[in-house]
Design a protein around this ligand. Structure first.
Ligand code: GLU
Length: 472
């Protein structure tokens, strides 16, 4: 089978069309949901440390404004191109709809390899990009709110909010112009691990479904499952961490320099430190090096988590995948050919569009925090603790028994910001998983979970267009 007949955006369109058949929406409305509303392609000059001027290619795409603001990350990568940013923006629209986050989809990209630039050069590029967005009204807490993505993180978000705020003096909600900020700059606790934790919550929910597990020939629950993770960036690292902490065994991890295998499990933090010291994940004590990083994708395991870039599982290698469940932590790691091959093999593909929605879900919480100008938990933590102390004292008095110290600590604890964020995320991921599975069960001719997720998204976006009265 020849690979890549279509670019990433066309792949997304293909998946959309496959799902649209299972919905009853008007053809024109489906066209509108699918289309990218606004595309800003820009070029700007930046003076590098050696005095050279480089022309930077960058994009911001607003796929849908059926809800405001638009939302989605900014990636720094050599591979950035307009179609890719369009595809990623479209995925954001569907993702937000599925997890009931009231945003339209957006995405940004700067075509650079961040490893090749100094911190100062990156700061200049990021600040200039932000001011270009301001000039064209493509950023703002009520317009379009970027966030981290591949190659960007808290540091870049801090530059963005600082640039935006300095260009918009007196804008009281300026902090809400971007999410994924450091906590000291208006970020929310729990954002950093959010995508990885969301991946874990989503897969755990799937693994807790008896009928789904029975079909795959697996025992229910995450405990004891063999997991392979591709990518040790923020998403891969945290996915590995939560699976390990909940009793799964992370037998292999891959990065662009190679892959390692360790039957009794890899501790992601130890591997992270090893990589920091040696510059590579290879030669990790007790682990076997694999010849190619892509070999990790073909290992025998229960759960495979691609957490790096798109198209890594394609027509060429999908037939060799041995995992029973693929959890798409990255955006678009499977091509449509791979989808078809894997569906035939009976592999359950848990789709990116909702599985990696933890990031944007917690971004929503961060944005709400910025607009409300108050930290989560500030108003109720002490009140809850006082109330719990009182209730527990009454129970102990009436029963004449005392709970253990550990129990006391647990019962009295009032919610901190991070507790509320994690619990909001858990609720979101469980609800979304169940909604998608319900749609799939209600219509057995839907071929896979991705199509069911698209049906869910199309119905929600379609309904809100209907509510806007655009299509009477
Ligand atoms: N870049 C992440 C994603 O693809 C997060 C987006 C956001 O928080 O707005 O979902």
């Amino acid at each position: 089978m020849s690979e890549q007949h279509y670019n990433f955006f066309e792949s997304v369109e293909k998946s959309f069309d496959k799902a649209a058949k299972f919905t009853g929406w008007d053809k024109g409305l489906l066209e509108q949901i699918k289309a990218c509303n606004s595309i800003y392609s820009m070029r700007f000059p930046v003076k590098m440390d050696d005095g050279r001027i480089e022309v930077i290619e960058a994009y911001r795409v607003q796929h849908s404004q059926h809800k405001s603001p638009c939302k989605g990350g900014i990636r720094f990568s050599d591979e950035v191109n307009q179609e890719e940013v369009m595809a990623l923006a479209a995925l954001m629209t569907y993702k937000c709809a599925i997890v009931n986050v009231p945003f339209g989809g957006g995405k940004g990209g700067i075509k650079i390899n961040p490893r090749k630039y100094s911190a100062y050069e990156l700061e200049k590029i990021t600040r200039r990009y932000t001011s270009e967005l301001v000039k064209k009204n493509f950023i703002g807490p009520g317009i379009d709110v970027p966030a981290p993505d591949y190659g960007t993180g808290e540091r870049e978000m801090a530059w963005i909010v600082d640039t935006y705020a300095s260009l918009k003096p007196g804008e009281i909600d300026a902090a809400g112009c971007v999410t994924g900020k450091p906590v000291s700059q208006g970020g929310v606790r729990g954002r950093k691990e959010a995508t990885g934790l969301g991946v874990f919550f989503g897969i755990r929910e799937v693994c807790n479904m008896e009928d789904v597990m029975a079909k795959l020939g697996l025992k229910t629950g995450v405990e004891g499952k063999k997991v392979v993770v591709q990518g040790l960036g923020n998403v891969g690292y945290h996915s590995a961490k939560f699976f390990r902490e909940h009793g799964a065994t992370v037998v292999a991890i891959a990065e662009y320099e190679g892959a390692i295998y360790k039957e009794d499990g890899i501790n992601e933090e130890e591997l992270f430190q090893h990589r920091k010291q040696t510059g590579s994940i290879l030669n990790f004590p007790g682990a076997k090096n694999l010849a190619k990083n892509t070999d990790a994708l073909e290992l025998a395991c229960d759960i495979l988590i691609p957490a790096a870039l798109e198209n890594v599982i394609n027509g060429e290698n999908a037939g060799k995948v041995q995992a029973k469940i693929i959890g798409e932590a990255a955006n678009g790691p499977l091509t449509p050919e791979a989808d078809e091959i894997l569906a035939k093999k009976g592999v359950l593909v848990v789709p990116d569009m909702y599985l990696n929605a933890g990031g944007v879900t917690v971004s929503y919480f961060e944005w709400l925090k910025n607009l409300s100008h108050v930290r989560y938990g500030r108003m109720e933590k002490r009140f809850t603790e006082n109330m719990n102390t009182h209730i527990l004292a009454q129970i102990e008095d009436l029963s004449g028994k005392k709970v253990t110290d550990a129990e006391r600590k647990f019962i009295l604890h009032g919610p901190e910001e991070v507790d509320l964020v994690h619990s909001g995320l858990e609720e979101t991921m469980i609800t979304a998983t169940r909604e998608i599975m319900e749609i799939w069960k209600a219509n057995p001719s839907i071929p896979d979970m991705r199509t069911a997720a698209y049906v869910c998204a199309i119905n929600k976006v379609g309904t809100s267009y209907g509510e806007l009265g655009i299509f009477p």
